[in-house]
Design a binder for this molecule. Structure first.
Ligand code: ZN
Length: 189
């Protein structure tokens, strides 16, 4: 089922997600619904907070993004990222492995708002997958950026938090408008 994606101004986006202890039928259903919602929105990642649930669960799929490559290694060996997509990351722990680089980012909770964010170029990731198994990998490129953006969501952190003061003031009217529309829609429900 495609779920509504909450937009900036919704309090769920600022909530730190609770750890997922077990893969219950509810979690399995949530994963399926989040995959469907991500694909429907043509996104490369979606965090549970974005559908209004504060849990440590995100889905990622960088398949088909040819202008922004991704790299991935498992057990120290390079693997083809596409063969591991879509990724389900539960309770992910992400550690930087390289210097930060700037790259463009958007967010399904901030329609039409894109800007550069500086993040480590490579990271290591440890998480639980949809079967409850531990998975570990390192990644770079777009995948590293997506993993960090989504893991931030799970902790209530948003990409606008990385904006410089001057960049944020330039976007202020757009952000204020988005938050206003979100709150108005919530009040009408
Ligand atoms: Zn986002």
């Amino acid at each position: 089922m495609v779920l509504p994606i909450v937009k900036y101004g919704h309090p769920a986006l600022r909530q730190k997600g609770a750890q997922v202890e077990n893969i219950t039928p509810e979690i399995t259903q949530l994963i399926a619904d989040m995959m469907e919602t991500m694909r429907d929105a043509h996104g490369i990642g979606l965090a549970a907070q974005q559908i209004g649930q504060a849990v440590q669960l995100t889905v990622i799929d960088v398949t088909g993004v040819e202008d922004r490559p991704s790299t991935m290694e498992m057990d120290g060996k390079p693997v083809t990222p596409e063969t591991h997509m879509p990724l389900v990351l539960i309770n992910p722990v992400v550690e930087p492995l390289d210097e930060p680089v700037a790259g463009p980012e958007g967010c399904l909770s901030f329609p039409e708002i894109y800007f550069d964010v500086v993040r480590p170029a490579r990271v290591s990731v440890k998480a639980m997958n949809e079967k409850g198994e531990t998975i570990a990998f390192t990644c770079g490129g777009l995948l590293a950026r997506a993993v960090q953006h989504e893991t931030d969501h799970l902790n209530g952190i948003l990409y606008i938090d990385y904006l410089s003061k001057s960049a944020k003031s330039k976007l202020k009217s757009e952000l204020d408008h988005l938050a206003y529309v979100t709150r108005r829609e919530m009040a009408q429900r």
